[in-house]
Design a protein around this ligand. Structure first.
Ligand code: SAH
Length: 236
């Protein structure tokens, strides 16, 4: 079964966008994953094809209507569709590398991109939409969030990345940020490469990388560091 993403959006032209290039684009061409979009506006019911209305209770902006979005969701994914139904939302659970792995192992995802002030709560409840956030800031729509999330997922689909080793030491994979990387030239503006990396001593290189990963995580992400240390304690 191939991973299939269905995106519900008012801007289908934004897809595949950046995902049509490089690693994810080649994988899409090879059929390692599939992408389809659905224009929410096609499910509007009036002659102006309107999809939004003013918020109940007053206030600024517009809200995506529950009935129209529900029709779009039902057309894209009938009740028996096993794929998770996600709603891009700043109120959602923060998207993580663990969630990316989970999604990459599954059949795909139906992803609803909000716009305006967001979507009517009743469609979230009635269609069991799982709210997912890409960070603590407000985007103007869910599309760039969906692209971000899919980019993280697609590279983990088996066969997409040539060298799976490079995925394993990546930041977040072992609970740590990645160690610093170096390549040629041996000297750049008077700066050299740490000697151990050119020593050919693989045990020493591993130790250095591990120590650097721990140092960076401790300094930059105390939240990750605490979780990592708690995990280590569990192992003992
Ligand atoms: N009024 C809402 C924000 C609406 S932003 C609030 O304060 O919570 C418009 C749309 O952009 C949202 O419906 C959502 O789909 C998307 N969006 C904005 N920020 C996002 C984020 N951090 N993560 C995921 N989606 C986001």
């Amino acid at each position: 079964m191939t991973f299939k993403a269905t995106i519900l959006t008012l801007y289908p032209d934004m897809f595949p966008g950046p995902l049509g290039h490089s690693l994810s684009g080649r994988a899409l061409d090879k059929g390692l994953w599939q992408l389809e979009t659905s224009q929410i506006r096609d499910f509007a019911m009036d002659k102006h094809r309107s999809v939004d209305d003013t918020p109940a209770g007053g206030g600024a902006g517009m809200v995506l209507r529950a009935d129209i979005l529900a029709r779009a969701i039902d057309a894209a994914a009938p009740a028996e569709d096993p794929r998770p139904r996600l709603l891009m939302s700043p109120r959602g659970a923060p998207f993580t590398q663990d969630r990316a792995h989970e999604l990459a192992e599954g059949p795909g995802a139906v992803i609803v991109c909000g716009r305006f002030e967001g979507v009517d709560q009743r469609v979230i409840d009635a269609r069991g939409l799982e709210e997912v956030s890409v960070g603590d800031y407000i985007l103007s729509g869910g599309e760039i969030g969906a692209l971000t999330m899919l980019d993280a997922v697609v590279r983990l689909i088996p066969g997409v990345m040539g060298n799976m080793d490079s995925a394993e030491t990546e930041s977040f994979e072992g609970g740590l940020l990645e160690h610093p990387q170096y390549t040629r030239p041996a000297e750049f503006e008077g700066l050299t490469i740490p000697e151990v990396l050119t020593s050919g001593n693989h045990r020493k290189i591993h130790e250095w990388r591990m120590a650097e990963a721990e140092r960076l995580t401790r300094e930059r992400r105390p939240d990750l560091w605490d979780a990592y240390m708690a995990d280590e304690d569990d192992v003992d």
